[in-house]
Design a protein around this ligand. Structure first.
Ligand code: SF4
Ligand code: SF4
Length: 405
């Protein structure tokens, strides 16, 4: 696409980045078919191509940030399905991040929305505050129906079980498998601490030398999602300062949402290359596989849900499925597996109506397969899909833990 930025505009680093990405777009529209918001709303302004055009117009004309512009940017899930589809290699995430950050800095949201975002940005990535919030959610539940839709959605998502802080000692196995840092998703540690335990157990059993970060060592992903760019940068810097003092070959996270962010070299520089999903690290010896594992699941239909962060962010599509199949599981894939479930960080709180439509659609597609269980790699998706689906849901690490003796 032709752009008309002036030289002085291009001196701004963000505009320079945006210019390069916008130029790559040939307006073919292939991305629209795989964009969840376009699929649901059928509005060009809620498609990747439409959003790129709006961002270009706004940046080139140095226009004020309008309510209409914010509405269409806010509706984007940052699922990056469009990047998987795009034949021109447009790094859409650079553009949406710039737009979100500027909105976060300069747009005056209504008071209630501002407070909600402030709360989400500070409470969710802080395990202590998150535990207090979940405790309070218990008292608020009886009044859910009189609360605004966004708070109703938050209450629906709030789990009744709260996990206490867990400490995991580092392990040195000295088997030459590699040194792995385990990053713990901060909200994940509170809503499902079993996942942290499973990831630690699996990597330990596989013989890696492991170091486990504290549950409060946030990567800043959630803040970036909501446009709180400065807060995200602060957390990123703190995490990278920590990594600088550690020796390691790989870094993994208990949630692929955080993983996708940490594997983005734009934010994490050289550390991004060291990111591995647990499915990529799972290389057991034959003798380590529990002989009772495969017979236990024989005849079971197991749906695999691919989190957007994994398939579109990290570009890991077949590895987890092939791994589970190699362990003897009958893996089935729901239709429209490329579409987001509506979790997307805190999207299901900030955009409750759209998230509900997407969650129901995802759940219906899973349910059509009549599975006995569902496996996925992101704690956010687990909570979102569980709202609409009674089928038992597991994190892949929990299954891998079971597969090992
Ligand atoms: S990131 Fe997802 S929701 Fe946003 S434009 Fe791309 S495909 Fe659509
Ligand atoms: S698929 Fe890529 S090139 Fe085509 S309109 Fe979408 S972003 Fe632009």
């Amino acid at each position: 696409m032709q752009t008309h930025f002036t030289l002085s505009q291009l001196a701004d680093h963000n505009i320079d980045i945006a210019n390069k990405e916008i130029k790559k777009c040939v307006h073919c529209g292939m991305c629209t078919a795989t964009c969840p918001t376009f699929v649901v709303l059928a509005d060009e302004l809620d498609s990747p191509r439409g959003r790129i055009h709006q961002i270009q117009q706004w940046l080139e004309n140095n226009s004020p940030i309008t309510k209409r512009f914010v509405r269409h940017i806010d509706r984007c899930l940052s699922c990056y399905s469009c990047m998987t589809t795009c034949p021109s290699g447009v790094e859409y995430r650079r553009l949406i991040d710039i737009a979100r950050q500027k909105i976060g800095q300069f747009y005056r949201r209504p008071w209630g929305e501002k407070m909600l975002r402030l709360f989400l940005n500070h409470a969710l990535p802080n395990p202590t505050l998150m535990r207090i919030t979940l405790l309070m959610a218990g008292f608020a539940r009886p009044f859910a129906r009189i609360l605004p839709q966004q708070l109703q959605s938050a209450l629906e998502l709030a789990p009744k079980k709260i996990f206490a802080p867990q400490y995991f000692a580092p392990a040195v196995n000295n088997l030459g498998r590699g040194r792995v840092i385990i990053h713990r998703a901060c909200a994940g540690a509170v809503v499902n601490g079993d996942i942290d335990k499973a990831v630690v157990t699996v990597l330990n059993k596989l013989g890696y030398d492991i170091t486990i970060l504290e549950e409060s060592q946030c990567c800043g992903s959630l803040n970036a999602h909501t446009g709180a760019g400065d807060l995200s940068a602060k957390k990123r810097s703190a995490l990278m300062a920590k990594l600088q003092n550690l020796e390691f070959d790989f870094i993994t996270s208990t949630a692929s949402g955080c993983g996708s962010f940490m594997a983005d070299a734009h934010y994490f520089g050289e550390y991004a290359q060291k990111y591995r999903d647990i499915s990529q690290l799972f290389r057991p010896d034959y003798a380590q596989i529990n002989p009772e594992f495969a017979p236990k699941y024989m005849g079971k239909r197991i749906a695999y849900h691919s989190a957007c962060s994994l398939q579109h962010g990290l570009k890991i599509t077949d590895t987890p499925k092939e791994l589970l199949q190699s362990l003897g599981l009958n893996i089935i894939t729901p239709k429209e597996s490329h579409l987001c479930c509506g979790s997307a960080g805190v999207y299901n709180i900030l955009q409750p109506a759209l998230a509900k439509q997407l969650g129901q659609r995802k759940s219906d597609n899973i349910q059509q397969l009549q599975p006995d269980m569902v496996i996925m790699g992101n704690v956010g998706c687990m909570g979102q899909i569980a709202r609409f689906n009674q089928t038992p849901i597991y994190h892949i690490a929990q299954i891998l833990q079971e597969a090992l003796t």
